[in-house]
Design a protein around this ligand. Structure first.
Ligand code: IDP
Length: 161
C-alpha cells in the first residue's frame, strides 16, 4: 500500500482555517464554510472561541515583534472566532489559494479576501501557510479527541479511493 500511494497527495492532509472576528460579526461564517464544502474538503473539527492574548501570541509567535502586533491582538481578541480543521489532498496549499493574498488589495476576486475585504487589518479569515504550520496550529487550537475521523458517504465522487 505504501508503494502504491507514495507520490500521491495525502488524502488525510489537514489545515486550520479560522473566521476572524470581523468575519463572524459580518455573518460570513456560512459562506466561508460553504466554499470549503463545495470544493470537496472534509470538515473534521469546528468550534467558536473567544481568543485569549496568550493563545494569540502562540498562534502568531512569528509576528509578536511586528509594529502592528498590538493592533492585530486587539482585532483578534475583539470577539469570537470560528476555528475549523479541514481535510483533503493538498488542503494546505489549496486553502491558501482560496483565501487569497494577506493584503486584500492584492487578493484576486474569487478568493475569500478578494471578495469580502479591502484592508489587511480586517482580512476576514486565517489559513495555515505550510504543512508544518498547520500541524502546529491544529495542536494549539484543538485537542485530538475533538477532531473526528468520519467516512464521507460519497468520497468516491471526490477522489479515487
Ligand atoms: P496570513 O494571515 O496571510 O498568513 P501573516 O503575514 O501571517 O499573513 O499575517 C497574519 C495576519 O496579521 C494577517 O492576516 C493580518 O490580519 C495581520 N497583518 C499582517 N500584516 C499586517 C499589517 O501590515 N498591518 C495590519 N495587520 C497585518
Amino acid at each position: 500500500l505504501c508503494l502504491l500511494t507514495s507520490g500521491l497527495p495525502d488524502v488525510r492532509e489537514r489545515t486550520l482555517i479560522a473566521v476572524k472576528p470581523d468575519g463572524v460579526q459580518r455573518r460570513l461564517v456560512g459562506q466561508i464554510i460553504h466554499r470549503f464544502e463545495q470544493r470537496g474538503f472534509k470538515l473534521v473539527g469546528l468550534k467558536m472561541v473567544q481568543v485569549s492574548e496568550d493563545l494569540l501570541s502562540q498562534h502568531y509567535r512569528e509576528l509578536r515583534a511586528k509594529p502592528f502586533y498590538p493592533s492585530l491582538q486587539h482585532y483578534m481578541t475583539s470577539g469570537p472566532v470560528v476555528v475549523m480543521v479541514w481535510e483533503g489532498p493538498n488542503v494546505v496549499q489549496t486553502s491558501r489559494k482560496m483565501v487569497g493574498h494577506t493584503n486584500p488589495t492584492e487578493a484576486q476576486a474569487g478568493t475569500v479576501r478578494g471578495d469580502f475585504s479591502v484592508h489587511v487589518s480586517r482580512n476576514v479569515v486565517h489559513a495555515s501557510d505550510s504543512l508544518e504550520g498547520a500541524r502546529r496550529e491544529i495542536q494549539l487550537w484543538f485537542q485530538g479527541k475533538d477532531l473526528l475521523n468520519w467516512e464521507c458517504c460519497n468520497q468516491g465522487n471526490m477522489m479515487e479511493d
